[in-house]
Design a protein around this ligand. Structure first.
Ligand SMILES: [Zn+2]
Length: 507
């Protein structure tokens, strides 16, 4: 009888189903792109293929709530993500450009993981207003709202802002509320890269929650963190604010990645006013002694709020036009240029590096106690905030290779910050539920066959700040929509991923 024929049966794994329930030994049968049976001792005679997963752990494929994958068409088999067990990646845009028009782009995508897309505020503002430090005119606001609507109707699952960055940080809260309001549809989400992740973190969390209050949208905060030597230990107050909002009936969730450093552009070390307009505007400002003095004073405070305060806190990924310092620190740069390794010397160096095009960097800034508090919170999902990586190329943050296995190895197995079941939940059903991703995130009949099979005793990250190009270890098999993208530890090259559009009706 047809109902008993399976394309694949996975036998003998410890199944962690993504709900938080205790693992159990069992078999999983797959037909086409769906899980059709979860049971003990399934007959395999009618299976086209059988995988013996004895001694291994089977879980729903991991859902990545925030990574930078706008260019995924150029990296159709993104091994750095697949080797973390990730089967679905959400491209919540923050400062990045939105593919446009989104619908045809999604139609043409043929990549290994499932992908999920958002409408992007930064991209709209650049397109309509450029880098000007001013509010939009009513006509400009209407045009931005129109771009939001287009993307939502093309399948974006929500509206994503990156208010820490130029030019988005020129937007007043009302602009964000108006545009997020234009994204309002069944199942839509408001994604926030907060306006501030350091000294004004709490106010920034309140601003994001207020968007939810004013628009009725669920709020998802990406890569929650408390940065800066002055702000260590602020995690408790932030979580209390999130709890309080949820207690009033709002939906506020977040994701977090397990590293004490973040990675971004050098612009986060500057006040926004100095970066408004063109590079010539910037050069004119820093050449004016009074303006430069004011800038330096503000930057000294920002440096404390964005880093651990030392010249070792900044590790360069790429300095514009100068390849020699990839992986080196600001202290290395000061030494190489015979500059004083003082607070003043650091700030002068940063001002000049920005004039010459700026840099991308890794910024040591977070405390373990905040990271673990965030990870443990019931509304936390795990993310990587990672990039698409060509192996060996550039100087990435290790999160791009290791975030999810680092949770399973370091935080679960070594430190017991979470049980394995709780960690899997935060990588699967939690983000699926919070981001309204349908029929994924659990091992359950009728759900899509996005499945990871890993060795719970070995799974770990290997990428470090000193040596970032190292794949994670321990992912034995990975299925996306029933198709193997990793088999016996080897990447197959298959591209079964789908662009998952927002479900347009309330379920
Ligand atoms: Zn971000």
């Amino acid at each position: 009888m047809a109902a008993d024929r399976y394309d694949l049966v996975i036998r003998g794994a410890t199944i962690i189903d993504g709900t938080g329930a205790a693992g159990f030994r069992g078999d999983v049968a797959i037909r086409d792109d769906r899980i059709v049976k979860v049971a003990q001792d399934l007959a395999t005679s009618a299976a086209r293929k059988v995988i013996d997963a004895s001694g291994l752990t089977l879980a729903p494929g991991f859902i990545e709530p925030h990574a930078h994958i706008t260019d995924i068409a150029s990296y159709p088999v993104p091994e750095n993500f697949l080797r973390q067990g990730i089967t679905t990646i959400v491209n919540s845009l923050h400062s990045l450009d939105q593919p446009y028009p989104l619908g045809p782009f999604l139609d043409g995508l043929k990549v290994a993981p499932n992908t999920v897309w958002t409408a992007g505020h930064s991209w709209q503002r650049k397109r309509i207003i450029g880098l000007d430090n001013r509010p939009p005119t009513p006509a400009e606001l209407a045009r931005m709202a129109q771009l939001t609507s287009e993307a939502m109707d093309d399948g974006a699952i929500g509206y994503a802002t990156g208010l820490e960055y130029i030019p988005a940080n020129f937007a007043a809260p009302d602009e964000v509320i108006a545009l997020a309001g234009a994204s309002r549809r069944p199942n839509a989400i408001y994604f926030s890269h907060l306006r501030d992740e350091g000294s004004a973190l709490l106010a920034a969390v309140d601003e994001a929650i207020n968007v939810g209050r004013k628009t009725g949208l669920p709020v998802h905060i990406n890569h929650l963190k408390s940065t800066g030597i002055a702000n260590q230990g602020a995690g408790g107050a932030v979580l209390a604010a999130i709890d309080a909002a949820n207690d009033t009936g709002l939906q506020v969730s977040f994701d977090v990645y397990p590293y004490e450093a973040y990675s971004t552009y050098s612009t986060v070390l500057f006040p926004s006013w100095v970066l408004a307009g063109s590079p010539a505007d910037y050069a004119r400002r820093i050449d004016d002694p009074a303006t430069r003095a004011r800038l330096k004073q503000e930057m000294a405070g920002i440096y404390q709020a964005q880093t651990l305060g030392t010249p070792d806190s900044v590790q360069f990924r790429e300095i514009a036009g100068d390849a020699r310092f990839a992986g080196k620190t600001l202290r290395d740069w000061l030494r190489a240029h015979n500059r004083p390794e003082t607070a003043d010397g650091m700030i002068d160096a940063l001002i000049e590096l920005q004039r010459d095009g700026g840099f991308t960097g890794i910024f040591m800034a977070m405390a373990d106690r905040d990271i673990t508090a965030f990870i443990r919170h019931p509304r936390a999902s795990i993310s990587s905030d990672g990039d698409l990586i060509a192996f060996g190329k550039g100087y990435p943050h290790p999160r791009s290779y290791g975030a999810f296995p680092r949770i399973l190895g370091h935080y679960v197995r070594e430190r017991q910050v979470l049980t394995l079941e709780a960690a899997v939940l935060k990588m699967t059903s939690r983000p699926a539920q919070d981001l309204h991703i349908a029929d994924r995130g659990m091992v359950k009949p009728g759900y899509f066959a996005d499945i990871v099979i890993f060795d719970a005793n070995r799974v770990t990250d290997h990428a470090t700040f000193a040596d970032p190009h190292r794949y994670s270890e321990g992912i034995a098999y990975l299925l996306v929509n029933g198709v193997l993208v990793i088999e016996s530890g080897a990447v197959t090259g298959a591209r079964p991923g789908r662009a998952l559009r927002r479900v347009a009706t309330n379920q």
